[in-house]
Write a protein that binds this ligand. Structure first.
Ligand code: HEC
Length: 180
């Protein structure tokens, strides 16, 4: 492994060059410092985007009932649905301001975007609250393999998820619990 490629942060933090002489740090070629700076800038921009994007689902998601809130399986499922799989991005409808409609959380939506080239595509994401098209076992298989019970694959932009068995069980249990 080329260790030098991982060094920039350390010299920057540990060495204390005289004012205005940062570029004379021998451990750090100028190109690397520039790269580090632009990487950090990109990371900053990325996290701002993430923060903006994740603010909406948290506000729109219905609160779990008291009993559900005690269940670690459902809490994990909710976390995976809302913060990892981001299922609401496609499966929850938005109002005219682009905000999620709380009462229709995960109840299916027409997609607000489309491909720029011809390709297989589903313009609608069906309801997944309560998982109306699958039983628990089928849903776990679907989330683990990306294939429906009959072996067919959902059209894009539905991602072909490959959740671990434990995660698939948590997601399926949480979505089923929304149908009650
Ligand atoms: C980028 C958009 C998008 C995201 C994100 C997304 N889906 Fe989908 N999903 C779709 C679309 C579109 C379909 C319909 C596909 C079709 O009809 O071929 C679909 C279909 C489904 C189906 C129905 C399968 C069937 O035919 O019965 C389930 C269940 C599902 N998604 C679950 C999820 C879960 C759970 C997540 C998050 C972990 C998720 N989806 C994230 C777009 C998305």
């Amino acid at each position: 492994m080329k260790r030098t490629s991982f060094r920039p942060l350390h010299p920057l933090r540990r060495t204390r060059p005289a004012a205005g002489s940062r570029q004379s740090d021998p451990a750090l070629p100028l190109s690397m410092k520039t790269k580090t700076r632009s990487t950090l800038a990109a990371l900053g921009a990325f996290w701002l985007t993430v923060a903006a994007a994740s603010a909406a689902p948290a506000a729109a998601a219905p609160a779990l009932g008291a009993a559900q809130n005690q269940d670690p399986l459902l809490l994990r499922g909710r976390y995976l649905v809302e913060h990892v799989g981001l299922c609401a991005d496609c499966h929850s409808p938005r109002n005219e301001k682009g905000e999620f409609v709380r009462a229709l959380w995960l109840k299916g939506a027409a997609l607000p975007f489309q491909p720029t080239v011809p390709m297989p595509w589903s313009p609608v994401a069906p309801p997944i609250a309560g998982l109306p098209t699958m039983n628990l076992e089928q849903a776990v298989a679907f989330l683990r393999t990306g294939k429906r019970p009959d072996g067919t694959e959902p059209r894009p932009p539905m991602p072909q998820f490959r959740f671990s068995t434990d995660d698939a069980i948590a997601v399926a249990a949480y979505l089923k619990s929304l149908g009650k």
